[in-house]
Design a protein around this ligand. Structure first.
Ligand code: HEM
Length: 467
């Protein structure tokens, strides 16, 4: 049996661990995990639910209850490594970043207690559902505007033409970033995923360092302008004002780092989640037809999509003391990869977990947004965006289909998951709003239409411009 050695953070204790051949071979950058992390961990979920992966130098946690236990205890399992680079940067890349004055410090997601909770409490208000309502109308307008651009084309890549754009625009506006600055920031956010969770080659590391450096510099320039007049509206302005009142709880290093980190938190997570949801729903036509028929099902369909095909598939923690997870000894300093995608398909918690079922009673118990003290602050923003997008599609393009035989590509990384394109097609002549116009111009059909329209309106699903 092969043996692997890991060393505690203090460098004093060395653990020699017998590792199973399956564990020794596990590599999250291999095709199986990249294609379907929950499937790649199926054997482990049953046979070796917590195991040490020598290739990654992490303990991998795969069952629902164990993932929950780790998320729940953020003191024994510190989130401080959540944004640590999985593949260390070569000295040349570090130099490039230094040249840009890059000084990423702890933000929220990787902050320990008690600082984390004090800060979270001060900055939570804008994320509460009752305070998000005011954003619904403009998000819907934005979604409609993007759809208008391709609705008559009959074919579109929903990622490139819409899903990658909307979460960024929503995040920037939520933060209060002025439009002219937003254009600059859009260019760089994607570099961060590969930088943090990927395994870039040494050459890629240099390019990524350039992009991340520019992202950082641009974010700082914008932040400086916002700090000079902090009277604006938006969460970043709220944070600046809180910094002015409580600099010990919301320090300047937090503001500087958050200006960049929040865009990463909000952008690809939501873009991928929306893409995965559309792919899953359109591949399960009965479910798609059901939400077209009854849009009230959309919120539960979204939770089932987040469970079955979430966009954040694994997160990280580090043990602050010798401890146990699922009965397995984890040494102080042991790093953990907690695989939410695997937990979300654990049959001990979800009945027939491989079945996609929008009527499932406990879909919302998924871990795609994390769990416990650090659970995603933006979860209701993401849900709102996904709900509005789906709502507009089932009304305006219920007849879309996935383009057959398209291939799906993923950015190689451990944690963020979604294809880089999603092609759909439809017959524009069948667009409901065109059919309605045709009917309006035909007096014989008009009376039928009025009956239909009555029902349509009664269900609160009128066309654009209708009430
Ligand atoms: C589908 C979309 C999203 C997914 C899947 C997602 C997922 C996550 C996950 C897994 C965490 C870490 C949770 C933990 O450690 O327990 C997190 C934290 C966080 N997310 Fe999201 N996120 C999404 C969208 C957003 C959006 C739109 C925003 C903001 C506009 C946002 C802001 C944050 C913040 C501020 C944290 C840190 C919370 C804390 O540590 O207290 N996220 N998110």
């Amino acid at each position: 049996m092969p043996f692997s050695t890991i060393t505690g953070v203090r460098g004093i204790i060395a653990y020699r661990l017998p590792s199973l051949p399956e564990a020794a071979e596990f590599d999250p950058f291999d095709v199986p995990y990249q294609l379907d992390p929950a499937e790649a961990l199926r054997w482990f979920r049953e046979q070796e639910p917590v195991f040490y992966s020598p290739k990654l130098d992490y303990w991998v946690v795969s069952r629902y209850e164990d993932v929950k236990a780790v998320f729940r205890d953020n003191v024994t399992f510190s989130p401080s490594i959540a944004l640590e680079k999985l593949t260390p940067a070569p000295p040349e890349a570090t130099k490039i970043l230094e040249g840009y004055g890059f000084a990423m410090r702890r933000t929220m997601v990787n902050e320990d207690e008690p600082d984390h909770m004090e800060r979270r409490r001060l900055l939570m208000d804008a994320f509460l559902p009752e305070n998000l309502e005011k954003h619904e109308a403009w998000v819907r307008e934005l979604v409609r505007d993007y759809m208008d651009r391709f609705i008559d084309k009959g074919r579109a890549d929903l990622v490139g033409e819409m899903f990658r754009e909307i979460p960024m625009t929503v995040a920037l506006r939520f933060l209060g970033v002025p439009n002219e600055d937003a254009k600059e920031l859009r260019k760089f956010s994607v570099a961060h995923t590969l930088n943090t969770w990927g395994r870039p080659s040494p050459e890629q590391q240099l390019q990524i360092a350039e992009d991340v450096g520019q992202f950082w510099k641009t974010a700082q320039t914008i932040l400086d302008r916002m700090c000079a007049d902090p009277s604006g509206e938006g969460w970043m302005y709220d944070s600046i004002r809180m910094h002015n009142r409580h600099p010990d709880i919301v320090p300047e290093s937090y503001l500087r780092s958050m200006m960049m980190a929040i865009l990463v938190a909000a952008h690809e997570t939501t873009a991928f989640a929306t893409t995965n949801a559309f792919r899953t729903l359109l591949s399960n036509r009965k479910s798609w037809n059901d939400i077209c028929e009854n849009p009230a099902l959309i919120p539960s369909a979204i939770e089932e999509c987040l469970r079955a095909a979430g966009s954040v598939v694994a997160w990280r923690r580090i043990a602050t003391e010798d401890t146990l997870v699922g009965g397995k000894k984890i040494p102080k300093g042991g790093k953990l990869l907690i695989v939410q995608a695997s937990a979300n398909r654990d049959p001990r918690h979800f009945e027939n977990p491989d079945e996609f079922d929008i009527y499932r009673h406990n879909s919302a118990e998924h871990f795609t947004f994390g769990y416990g003290a650090h659970q995603c602050m933006g979860k209701n923003i993401a849900r709102m965006e996904m709900r509005i997008i789906l709502d507009e599609f089932v009304r305006r393009l219920p007849h879309i289909d996935l383009v057959e035989d398209q291939s799906f590509e993923y950015l190689p990384n451990t944690s963020f998951r979604g294809p880089t394109s999603l092609w759909v097609e439809w017959e524009p002549a069948q667009n409901p709003e065109r059919r309605h116009h045709a009917v309006l111009e035909n007096p014989t059909l008009f009376s039928y239409w009025r009956t239909y329209q009555g029902g349509y309106r009664a269900s609160g699903r009128g066309c654009r411009g209708e009430t």
